[in-house]
Design a binder for this molecule. Structure first.
Ligand code: SF4
Ligand code: SF4
Length: 168
């Protein structure tokens, strides 16, 4: 089979080599979209976007009626490809024996892959709908339990999504 000569196909003609017609073409498309209706631009932040349960925002810890679900097994920390999670276990009087005395996620490292959620045996860490992350310094980007624990009522949609699709 004859392969196309790369040097031939990469060669530009005169009009392509001066770029101007291509720039004008691009601007033409932009201007056409400008006057099109309906408009798809959202006036954020006045007009907020509400994601569905399938959305993978920042990972959070589930806080249910008995407190945090996490049993500090460390699986999420092991599986995290970005090495973003740090868990320190301690003993507790509660049924589950162990709990995370320290649980931190470095959001400068997190790539929102959802592996932590997938591997958790307790449905204790889930991806939330929160996509607004702003930090003024590196230290603020390391979220501890006080920022990670979210009441279960606010995570129902994600938990329902996981019940339906986690093992697909
Ligand atoms: S979403 Fe991925 S990168 Fe972020 S903490 Fe979980 S496993 Fe790590
Ligand atoms: S969040 Fe889940 S996987 Fe991570 S330490 Fe807690 S129980 Fe284990």
């Amino acid at each position: 089979m004859n392969r196309p000569d790369k040097s031939e196909s990469a060669r530009l003609n005169f009009w392509e080599s001066i770029y101007l017609p291509e720039i004008a073409k691009g601007l033409g498309i932009t201007i056409k979209q400008f006057f099109k209706f309906p408009k798809f631009t959202r006036q954020y932040p006045e007009e907020r976007w509400e994601p569905t349960g399938s959305y993978r925002g920042r990972p959070v810890l589930v806080d249910d009626a008995d407190g945090e679900r996490c049993v500090a097994c460390g699986l999420c920390s092991r599986v995290c490809p970005a090495v973003a999670i740090e868990v320190q276990a301690s003993e507790t009087e509660r049924d589950k024996e162990r709990y995370p005395v320290k649980f931190e996620i470095n959001m400068l490292r997190c790539i929102f892959c959802g592996f932590c959620e997938e591997v958790c045996p307790e449905e204790a860490i889930v991806m939330s709908k929160d996509y607004e992350l702003v930090f003024e310094n590196k230290r603020d980007a390391i979220l501890g339990k006080e920022n990670l624990l979210v009441p279960i009522a606010k995570l129902e949609e994600r938990l329902e999504f996981l019940r339906q699709f986690k093992n697909y």
